[in-house]
Design a protein around this ligand. Structure first.
Ligand SMILES: [Zn+2]
Length: 462
């Protein structure tokens, strides 16, 4: 059984009607039941906020309908819920309810409500296990309620890593081959892996340590595959529901070409976190031969798989203009344009890269904090900085978490997200990045939640 949860589409209506009848027959122990009337489900297809979640395993095997209400307070109401008999007691019901709760959080609802028959003690126990409790006595039914408004902020205030792991998050600056946890890799290799020196001697010190101390444990295609697998395992463990990972041409070639590579990576995506929105990014090292890469880039982009382009590595090796041929190609394929800038470079370097290449996101970009003018430019143009606090601290570019530039950037209205960069090296997974900034007093729980929502593309807190 390998089901997935998704939002229903009009083509699912026939199956949803069947499942609704099955639910009625189960409840009333008779075949003499009447299903939905004509047009009853139309409101779910009309583009308003009401929606139905389905579980699909080839066929749709379960559904849960969700109504959005704004009176007296913003809440969602879980209405009809049916899991076909062969799929009961397999966690599908909980998965559907978790999807609805994530949706409530996404749209800024403050509670989830539902009714349960008083005689249905099994259902009552099920909902209690999921954190619901009786809120109102409605005769032969209880109205149950679960408050969800501050799951993330509460987890931060309680410094509860377990709770933080369960909250939906994004990771949008992730170098895939270094995207797995060191402990995960050590376990898979059955080897003790060394800890890095702190801080590194900049980016070159980090790269040298990786080459000399870690790479020989996980080299070649086999080692890369293991590290890619670990990156998706981490997305699952950390409930990363939006994941942008970057891949270099050399890595794609190592796997035998773009089609083979895509199949391998999508295999991990499907196996570990099929519901995660995955946005592959094509990245070029800053010392690449642009003319040579320009001649090959169509081969990587024609499949339509990549969503964004990036340049990484040491800054100012070549001026931003040098990469224009690659970014023009990226534009033809409608990719989101990003680049590493402003980690070691200046605020002006960040602005120039954005203006010259038409970037909408910058990886790092933290030195923008030294210029009010640059920050205003970034804020006015809604340019997003994908910041990686532990990377900055461990490479010695930022003194500590307390004084991390993210505080000034947020204070000046710059859009930022929080990300891992190279988890295998820096060993601070995404929930820990939020926790570190909160514990150091860099940002408040509400500010960090606002950042999390930017990464997920969700609206801000109400
Ligand atoms: Zn990076």
């Amino acid at each position: 059984m390998n089901y997935r949860i998704r939002t229903a589409v009009p083509e699912d209506e026939g199956r949803i009607r069947e499942l609704f009848l099955e639910m009625l027959r189960t409840i009333y122990h008779t075949d003499d039941v009447t299903g939905y009337g004509d047009g009853y489900l139309d409101r779910f297809w009309s583009g308003n906020q009401d929606r139905i979640y389905v579980a699909e395993d080839g066929l749709v095997v379960a559904f849960l309908s969700v109504e959005v209400h704004h009176d007296p307070v913003d809440h969602i109401y879980l209405d009809d819920f049916s899991v076909t008999v062969a799929y009961r007691n397999k966690g599908i019901g909980s998965a559907l309810i978790h999807a609805a709760e994530a949706y409530a959080e996404q749209i800024g609802s403050r509670a989830v409500l539902l009714h349960v028959e008083k005689l249905n003690t099994a259902a009552m126990r099920f909902y209690e296990r999921l954190g619901y409790s009786a809120f109102r006595d409605d005769g032969d039914r209880f109205l149950l309620k679960k408050d969800i408004e501050d799951l993330f902020c509460d987890a931060l205030r309680e410094k509860d890593s377990g709770k933080l792991l369960a909250v939906p998050k994004s990771d949008l600056h992730n170098h895939s081959t270094k995207g797995c946890r060191r402990s995960w890799l050590a376990e898979r290799l059955k080897k003790d892996l060394p800890d890095p020196p702190v801080p590194f001697d900049g980016l070159s010190g980090m790269q040298e340590w990786f080459r000399s101390s870690l790479k020989h444990y996980c080299d070649g295609l086999e080692g890369a595959l293991l590290r890619w697998e670990g990156a998706f395992a981490e997305a699952k463990r950390n409930h990363i529901i939006r994941l942008s990972m970057n891949f270099g041409a050399a890595e794609i070639d190592l796997a035998g070409g773009i089609e083979e590579f895509r199949e391998l990576i999508e295999g991990f995506h499907r196996a570990y976190c099929p519901d995660t929105v995955f946005e592959p990014e094509l990245t070029y090292p800053s010392n690449c031969d642009v003319d040579f890469e320009e001649g090959r880039i169509d081969g990587y982009l024609q499949s339509g798989w990549f969503r964004s382009i990036d340049v990484c590595g040491f800054e100012n090796v070549q001026p931003a203009e040098a990469f224009l041929p690659l970014y023009r190609k990226a534009e033809q394929y409608r990719l989101v344009k990003k680049m590493h800038a402003g980690e070691t470079g200046t605020a002006n370097d960040v602005r120039r890269a954005v203006e010259v290449l038409g970037l909408s996101e910058v990886h790092h970009g933290i030195s923008a904090c030294t210029s009010k003018e640059t920050m205003r430019f970034l804020a006015d143009n809604r340019i997003q900085l994908n910041v990686c606090p532990s990377s900055n601290v461990m490479l010695g570019y930022v003194k500590d978490y307390r004084d991390h530039p993210i505080r000034v950037l947020v204070g000046n209205g710059v859009l930022v997200t929080i990300n891992t960069d190279d988890l295998l090296i820096f060993d601070s997974s995404i929930e820990n990045e939020y926790l570190r900034l909160y514990s150091a007093g860099t940002l408040s729980a509400e500010q960090l939640d606002g950042i999390r929502r930017v990464g997920l593309g969700w609206p801000g807190r109400l």
